[in-house]
Write a protein that binds this ligand. Structure first.
Ligand SMILES: Nc1ncnc2c1ncn2[C@@H]1O[C@H](COP(=O)(O)OP(=O)(O)O)[C@@H](O)[C@H]1O
Ligand SMILES: [Mg+2]
Length: 381
């Protein structure tokens, strides 16, 4: 296009060409500027982004700062609390130390107490074992004493049995000759001596009955008493006893209650009579101008003989001991009533030998009641 034109107008063409060049240059420059602009835009964008990020960071920093403040405040609070706690802990520690000290003291005191108690216990144990040993020795000597007492009692019984036997023979002779002498004196008209002789006779009879009682007791103790069981009418035996006792009543009234329906029984009649005579003579001895009731009863398989009086009575604490040999309520030498204290021992032993028993009830100053219980027909006789 410019060929024709340049040929007709060279200067313009030159100008145009220059302009063209300039334009090209400007285009190139424009392109360059555009690319620079783009780069700047990109830079701006990245700067903006950075700015934004920076803002975010600032916000975070602010937040962090706030948190740090809060933390600082909390720390302060904690420090205060820590102080308080430390103070309390110190106080507590002091109290703890005090408590520990007093505990230690208490433990020491308690240990001391326990030691003392332990010593006491030890002493008590020693004392006890000493007493035990002493008791053991005492028991041993008591056993030895008991055995020797039993042996001595046995020897005594044998001796008494022999002596009583030896005494009875001359006594019986004295009594027999006394009786003869009394008859002779009466025949010879010397009755004034008869009274003295009668006294001698009575004393002799008393001595004989005493000797007989002693012999019986020793026979029972040495188990040499032989019973002779027979069947007899109770009423007859009672009448026999009453006839022997009546002359000795000494102003007392005797009431007898025994009926025929009691019938018969099987026992040693002489021994039963001996028991009843003993009880009746006691009742008479210890009753002054009173009443004595002698009653017989049959109940179940037993016969009961009861001797009741309105005499002096027996103190309650003496009731069990009166059955012991030679035991009397009044054991003094100056006592009012005579006797040896062997009658009830014999009664009890004879009752038991016949599978029976004797019981006593008494009120001091009012009277006594002795009851003999005997099997009517003993099983193994
Ligand atoms: N019926 C009674 N009333 C009061 N006391 C009695 C009676 N029977 C026995 N006694 C008491 O029991 C004691 C023992 O009696 P006993 O053995 O017969 O001996 P004794 O008649 O020889 O004294 C008597 O000394 C007396 O103290
Ligand atoms: Mg008597």
């Amino acid at each position: 296009m410019f060929g024709d034109f340049s040929a007709s107008n060279p200067p313009l063409f030159k100008q145009l060409a220059e302009l063209q060049n300039q334009l090209d240059e400007s285009n190139a420059e424009k392109l360059q500027l555009e690319s620079q602009l783009n780069a700047l835009k990109a830079q701006q964008l990245s700067l903006l982004r950075e700015l934004k990020e920076q803002q975010l960071v600032t916000a975070e920093i602010t937040q962090l700062r706030q948190q740090v403040d809060i933390l600082a405040k909390n720390k302060k609070k904690l420090e205060i609390s820590l102080d308080v706690i430390t103070e309390h802990a110190d106080l507590f520690e002091m109290q703890l130390v005090d408590a520990q000290n007093s505990l230690e003291q208490k433990v020491t005191e308690r240990t001391q107490e326990l030691e003392e108690k332990n010593n006491q216990l030890q002493a008590e144990i020693q004392e006890r074992s000493r007493i035990e040993t002493e008791l053991l020795h005492a028991k041993e000597s008591a056993d030895v004493a008991r055995i020797s007492a039993e042996m001595a009692n046995q020897a005594k019984s044998i001796f008494l049995a022999k002596m009583s036997h030896e005494l009875r023979t001359p006594l019986n002779a004295i009594l027999g000759y006394g009786e003869l002498l009394q008859e002779d004196l009466t025949d010879m008209g010397l009755a004034e001596f008869s009274n003295e002789l009668h006294q001698i006779q009575r004393a002799g009879e008393h001595l004989l009955s005493l000797v007989s009682d002693i012999l019986d007791v020793s026979k029972i103790e040495t188990e040499t008493l032989a019973l002779s069981l027979t069947e007899f009418t109770v009423n007859d035996m009672v009448n026999n006893v009453v006839s022997l006792i009546r002359p000795t009543l000494k102003g007392n009234i005797l009431e007898v209650r025994c009926f025929n329906k009691v019938g018969t029984m099987r026992a040693d009649a002489t021994r039963v009579q001996q028991i009843l005579q003993n009880l009746l003579s006691n009742a008479i001895k210890f009753t002054k101008q009173g009443r004595i009731c002698f009653a017989v009863k049959l109940r179940a398989d037993y016969v009961y003989f009861r001797v009741k009086d309105t005499g002096i009575g027996i103190p309650a604490e003496k009731l069990s001991s009166i059955f012991e040999a030679f035991n009397q309520v009044d054991n003094s030498y100056t006592r009012q009533y005579d006797g040896s204290g062997i009658g009830l021992t014999l009664c009890k032993q004879l009752c038991q030998a016949m599978n029976g028993e004797v019981y006593v009830k008494s009120i001091l100053g009012q009277g006594s009641a002795f009851t003999v219980q005997l099997p009517r027909y003993p099983e193994n006789d």
